[in-house]
Design a protein around this ligand. Structure first.
Ligand SMILES: [Zn+2]
Length: 334
């Protein structure tokens, strides 16, 4: 879900923000960056390490140029300053910091995301790991925003009603995400999720991982996505609870069906997501106008973007691959 789409961000972008509020946001932003978070594994409580939304080995192999990728800075302060509104640019991010989140302690990071290597049901283990990773990123981002709002309130000495409403909503969403994570990490979780896969026979130059609700703002129905580029192939994995996989099919139909693969990729990565990692070589090929559209798309709730520009290009003949190949690619890392 697009966290920047909350009423807080919209209000601060559209209305004049006081220097006092900007200062409070800067302090809160710095505070959250240095904050330790607890491991999301049920009943663990140890300090979470930094995990990658997409393994750095994949980023290096398929996206990075000079150890950097392009992404939108996660700094709330920079949004407050309308940095992107003025420049319409993504930031150059070192691979080591690209798409990191504090989700699990060292032990459980291996336990959750190493499952794929350990499991006999190798591919199934990988789908489970991808599903869990997407839920975990969303949960940690919400926890970061809650900590940000709390600190900002403390510095300012008050919290307006819009922020207050948002905090309450985030708390409910965090609880729901924690419940979903607990269910999938329970010992008998096998088969509780299902998946759909889109394949493109080239490196699309973008990686992404996250969740979105469909219909929008209906948090009862959450779809997890992982966009993973390999040097000569790219995959979009959509996962949902087994008893709710119909929502993925409904979403695909809503987009016009599987043959609108390009539209689906761009919709999920840029319009519904906000943490796309883009290859600098793709970014620099985009026109100035398309770069601005890309940022406006990522910040869509602020800019009210409805139309999806074809940032990632996918031709019909590039879609689809022998499903037997998927296992081979996944074994290179997810
Ligand atoms: Zn742990």
């Amino acid at each position: 879900m697009n966290e920047q789409g909350n009423s807080y961000s919209m209000a601060t972008t559209r209305l004049k923000v006081s220097q006092q509020e900007i200062r409070a946001a800067q302090i809160a932003d710095k505070y959250v960056r240095g904050l330790a978070f607890k491991c999301l594994f049920p009943s663990c409580g140890r300090k979470a390490i930094r995990s990658h939304s997409i393994p750095s080995s994949i980023i290096k192999l398929s996206l990075a140029v000079d150890e950097h990728v392009m992404s939108l800075s996660r700094s709330t302060t920079s949004i407050l300053k309308n940095k992107y509104y003025d420049l319409g640019m993504l930031d150059k991010i070192p691979v080591s910091k690209a798409g990191t989140f504090k989700g699990y302690c060292n032990y459980h990071d291996n336990w959750v995301f190493g499952a794929a290597e350990r499991d006999n049901k190798k591919t199934q283990g990988m789908y489970g790991a991808m599903h869990t990773r997407a839920l975990s990123i969303e949960c940690t981002r919400k926890l970061e925003l809650l900590a940000f709002m709390e600190k900002k309130k403390q510095v300012l000495g008050y919290q307006d009603s819009a922020d207050n409403l948002m905090v309450n909503l985030f708390k409910i969403e965090v609880k729901d995400l924690e419940n979903r994570i607990t269910r999938i990490l329970s010992p008998h979780s096998s088969g509780i999720y299902d998946f759909r896969v889109f394949t493109v026979s080239k490196n699309i130059g973008v990686a992404a991982c996250g969740v979105f609700s469909f219909p929008q703002n209906d948090s009862n129905h959450i779809i997890c996505y992982n966009v993973i580029p390999y040097p000569d192939m790219s995959f979009l994995f959509l996962t949902a609870p087994y008893n709710d996989i119909g929502i993925v099919d409904t979403y695909i139909s809503h987009m016009g069906g599987e043959r609108y693969c390009q539209k689906i990729f761009n919709d999920i990565i840029f319009l519904r997501g906000e943490e796309a990692l883009m290859s600098p070589s793709l970014w620099h090929r985009l026109s100035r106008k398309r770069k601005r559209e890309t940022v406006e798309c990522i910040l869509s709730p602020i800019f009210g973007v409805q139309k999806i520009p074809p940032i990632v290009k996918v031709k019909r003949h590039e879609v689809g691959v022998d499903s037997n190949l998927i296992d081979r690619y996944l074994s290179k890392g997810i």
